[in-house]
Design a protein around this ligand. Structure first.
Ligand code: DON
Length: 301
């Protein structure tokens, strides 16, 4: 395993095409694209790392996996009357789909759907408490208390996130938000601004892989279903491509992180800030494709 990761990190380091860092969130536009980290936390308790695996990065939409777990904990299956479970085939911040579907977002991983899951776990409490609950969940999953929100990144997105504001107000106009719109947006932007290293993220993802000895924070059934949504929706309009190339459920973020679950085997986190045309990590996707080929791991047998 260590040899695989060293080879993948070296390949990434030498790669001339690293993709474009996200520019629409000013704080993310400043990140050095020349970074790459990977961590594999295996079901037998081992942890393998290569590259910049201990450098914290903005997890952005990877947070939607933990937010969904929290929202399901709050609302149970009634959440599914407010948000769908189908791939969108559209960009993560598409507005047009929301109007067509009368305020019920396609899935909990596109931004509109994630605003609904945030609204659900916010559940009339103060944003500080709700975010405290989310951080508590993530820290418990990772077995690491040193996981925090970068308030500068959150403010940077709050100052410029006009599309998310538009979507949140549209959701409110369709009666699909229970909390004050500004509270939902503030909580969502802070949730996205959580920073974790690959090591912390791979550790935190262990609750998804359903293996003996892994932290059991949700029922096995629920973890499996979150992984199913990661496979079908976790990379937005690039989800089919990721499933084809990697064959494992994954959730990406515009900070360049990807959390991947290899059921029964390992939780994997990879990070490289440059993005491909879908807004998913370019080298991260390529690294996961190489990793799946090397290990032969796939949910398709
Ligand atoms: O809401 C946004 O646009 C960002 N906070 C998160 C988007 C994101 O990470 C999409 N992922 N690839």
């Amino acid at each position: 395993m260590q040899r695989f990761l060293d080879e993948i990190a070296e390949h990434a380091r030498l790669s001339p095409e690293k993709g474009q860092v996200a520019r629409y969130i000013p704080q993310l536009a400043k990140i050095d694209p020349d970074q790459f980290g990977i961590c594999v936390s295996t079901a037998d308790g081992a942890c393998y790392v290569a590259g910049d695996a201990d450098v914290p990065f903005s997890i952005q939409s990877v947070s939607k996996v933990f937010a969904l777990a929290m929202a399901l904990g709050h609302a149970g299956d009634s959440l599914w009357s407010r948000v769908g479970r189908e791939p969108s085939g559209s960009a993560f911040d598409s507005i047009v789909l929301l109007e067509r579907e009368q305020g019920v977002p396609r899935n909990p991983f596109i931004n509109a759907g994630a605003l609904v899951t945030t609204d659900s776990y916010l559940d009339m409490s103060a944003p500080k408490e709700a975010l405290g609950g989310l951080l508590h969940f993530i820290r418990a999953a990772a077995g690491d208390d040193d996981i925090h929100i970068n308030a500068t990144v959150a403010r940077s997105e709050l100052a410029t996130g006009h599309r998310n504001f538009a979507m949140a107000h549209y959701l409110a106009s369709c009666d699909n938000l229970n909390n004050d719109v500004d509270k939902v947006l503030g909580t969502y932007c802070h949730q996205c601004a959580i920073e974790m290293s690959c090591r912390q993220l791979a550790m935190a993802g262990r609750f998804l892989i359903d293996a003996p000895g892994m932290p059991r924070l949700l029922s096995a059934d629920r973890s499996r279903r979150i992984a199913a949504l990661m496979m079908t929706c976790g990379h937005y309009d690039g989800s089919g491509d990721f499933a084809f190339r990697v064959g494992l459920p994954g959730k990406s973020g515009v900070g360049g992180g990807i959390l991947v679950a290899a059921p029964g085997k390992a939780s994997i986190a990879v990070w490289s800030p440059g993005l491909n045309q879908y807004g998913n990590s370019k080298l991260g996707t390529e690294a996961m494709e190489a990793f799946a080929r090397m290990t032969g791991w796939s949910v398709f047998g």
